[in-house]
Ligand binder design. Structure first.
Ligand SMILES: [Zn+2]
Length: 309
């Protein structure tokens, strides 16, 4: 059993203003966690730069060109109230794509059993034509399309347990029956989407919103009653996780009270689904998680579970 950890220090060079929650220290603490002895058996690879042809399956060429054009040579450029570009952002986001696609390649060729992409900025809020909510390229969407177009995979499930709804991923696959998008998230909360009634044009979207103050029991119930049955009925050939850890009780951006054990639990449940339908093939990509200690403990629990520890 091999779990692959994909990282690259270029993602520390995407800078945000002082006090911004989505900051390089998020990945620095994860780098330290995965240097620990408990993770000595991880396979490790550096994220390559992504390929343009992978990106333009999701984001149109003019969007990619406009984003490249907007990259500053110095200082920060604000795209919206939350989302900024710095001189290091270009390489960070191209490697974020490259790392996510590499995870798919290594898992689908059987080189490793599963993979965790420990990089930033996150991606699940990025829509086809709209970067937002700290996100520029939608890494999981690009990874899913790559799996389909390059590896001939049919059905891909994307499960998103970040505390925010992945509006971008939902928008990208809204009319695509080959991708099931399933999410737990706090509602109401940024970005405002993710109600139960949003189901995609072919019933391929499953939203299971949680309420402010909910804890592990509510999260587990949402998976048991709504998401896991739909995943099993769908029968994915590849499972991608939008792994945000901002539903942790310590997180400052939301008010869901998950603990590390809940991330272990959900990871094992998703592994059961993957074992049953697709030979255990999972690619997990970091999204949010803004309390450094909560993030470190939660991501540690998640990757330990992926290692079947
Ligand atoms: Zn989030």
């Amino acid at each position: 059993m091999t779990t692959l950890l994909i990282a690259h220090d270029a993602c520390l060079e995407h800078l945000t203003p002082a006090g911004h929650p989505e900051r390089p220290d998020r990945v620095r603490v994860l780098n330290r966690v995965f240097e620990g002895e408990a993770f000595a058996t991880l396979a490790r690879e550096q994220a390559p730069l992504g390929e343009r042809e992978d990106i333009v399956r999701v984001h149109p060429e003019d969007f990619v060109a406009a984003l490249e054009e907007a990259m500053p040579n110095e200082g920060l450029v604000r795209i919206d109230g939350d989302t900024v570009l710095s001189p290091g952002t270009g390489e960070a986001i191209w490697r974020g794509v490259g790392g996510s696609v590499l995870g798919v390649d290594e898992v689908l060729t059987g080189k490793v059993d599963n993979a965790f992409v420990s990089m930033r900025p996150p991606g699940h809020h990025a829509e086809t034509r709209t970067p937002m909510g700290f996100c520029l390229f939608n890494n999981v969407a690009i990874a899913a399309r790559h799996a389909q177009k390059v590896h001939g995979i049919g059905r891909v499930a994307i499960v998103d347990f970040d505390v925010h709804h992945g509006n971008g991923t939902q928008e990208i696959f809204w009319s695509d029956p080959s991708v099931l998008y399933a999410s737990t998230h706090q509602m109401p909360l940024f970005p405002g989407t993710g109600s139960v009634g949003e189901r995609g044009t072919t019933d391929n979207v499953v939203n299971a919103p949680l309420r402010s103050g909910d804890a592990g029991e509510h999260f587990r119930e949402a998976f048991e009653s709504r998401i896991l049955p739909r995943l099993n009925a769908f029968g994915p050939e590849l499972l991608i996780i939008s792994a945000g850890f901002d539903a942790h009780a310590r997180d400052p951006l939301a008010n869901i009270n998950l603990l590390e054990d809940d991330f272990t639990w959900v990871t094992r449940k998703l592994m059961d689904v993957a074992d049953k339908h697709c030979g255990g093939r999972i690619v997990s990509v970091l999204e949010g998680g803004y309390d450094l200690e909560g993030l470190a403990r939660s991501a540690s629990a998640h990757v330990m579970a992926l290692m079947r520890g």
